[in-house]
Design a protein around this ligand. Sequence first.
Ligand SMILES: NC(=O)c1ccc[n+]([C@@H]2O[C@H](COP(=O)([O-])OP(=O)(O)OC[C@H]3O[C@@H](n4cnc5c(N)ncnc54)[C@H](O)[C@@H]3O)[C@@H](O)[C@H]2O)c1
Length: 387
Amino acid sequence: MTSRIEWVASQCRLLATIAEEFDRTQPFAGLTIGTGIHLEPKTVALLLTLRRGGARVLSTGNLNTTQPESVAYLNAHGVEAIGEPTQHDSVRNEYLDEILSVEPDLILDNGGDMFSRWLERPYERLRGGTEETTSGRIRLAPLRERLDLPILVINDSPIKQFAENRHAVGQSTVESFLRITNLATNGRRVVVFGYGGVGKGVALSFQRAHASVSVIELDPVLRMEAMWDGFMVPERDEAMAEADIVATVTAARDVVTARDLAILPDGAILMNIGHLPVEIDVTGMAADPGVASFGPTDAGISSFRMRDGRSIHLLTDGHMVNLAGPRPLGNSIESMDLGFSLQARCLEAVAKGEVGRESCVVPVPRRIDEWISRAYVELAKVRRPAS
Ligand SMILES: NC(=O)c1ccc[n+]([C@@H]2O[C@H](COP(=O)([O-])OP(=O)(O)OC[C@H]3O[C@@H](n4cnc5c(N)ncnc54)[C@H](O)[C@@H]3O)[C@@H](O)[C@H]2O)c1
């Protein structure tokens, strides 16, 4: 029997193609790559691909998403995976600093943490790197002048936008809801906060799972787009008063707060899909005087028991529901194969000096998007055994 890590690696066909090429071309020979990314089987496939390109690779995990088997596998296969799984920023920051103290030539950032920390203690040899997320782009864009390095934002590739954000996150969110709660989505009133690329997919996936979906979006144009896409766009509090399921996908802080505890109906289930566990103010809610107790109900489910007899449930403590909780699977392998192939090609472009300082916090170069798309379509052609 192969392990899940090996199953995932065997399905990352685009990364496998790139890894075979890297065996020959060695774009990272003599270079160190530092990263702090979710350590799970798909990132294992990416980090091992970078290793095959000749890099020394150092990695720590992200908050609450590190899978110990992935860490053990990486360490057994030449990647230096640092630190234990943690929910605490301060602990993770120590691990990030440990990686930065080695002065990596390239950074693969996930949320802007590493480049922000490099600005506090810059070193000469950093050539630049990549940023995976929307949240990271929002954080790094105002720092462009100070960063002054090539940093390619994977999230802003159209491929990442449609394959992962629009299609895969919605699927994995519904899959996680089903796996963690074992409840049906049919007929449920779902309220999705945020109608950006990711929110669109979450709303659509719940709708396709026979839920009745409302969208709450601050941007009036996107709100109308949600309406044109067939979603209800009620006033916020009106939607919350009837919600069975609330999903936050905004990259903003305190979208759902203690104030909502008075509005939500008994049995409502809250979950966050946004990168940081700040969209649902769990600490503020737990401290609300109306809450009699707050604690775990089942794996991945915590409950606010209200003094008036209602219970409001929270999945994966407000951390990304599709990457935390029991047996997290994350987004589909194919979507991550695409996103991580963009990562590998972008890091290669920075390593080879093919992009300069003018490319500071910018989308993936078009030629890379085109290469990935052609290669993916080619690999998807029907394969028959030779007769
Ligand atoms: N869980 C995952 O697997 C996964 C994958 C990709 C991205 N993400 C994360 O999902 C989040 C959203 O990403 P995106 O690309 O859709 O971002 P985006 O900026 O395109 O969309 C966010 C939307 O939320 C809206 N918004 C902000 N505050 C709001 C509020 N209080 N109420 C209602 N709407 C509000 C904004 O107007 C915006 O349209 C980010 O944190 C991103 O990092 C998670």
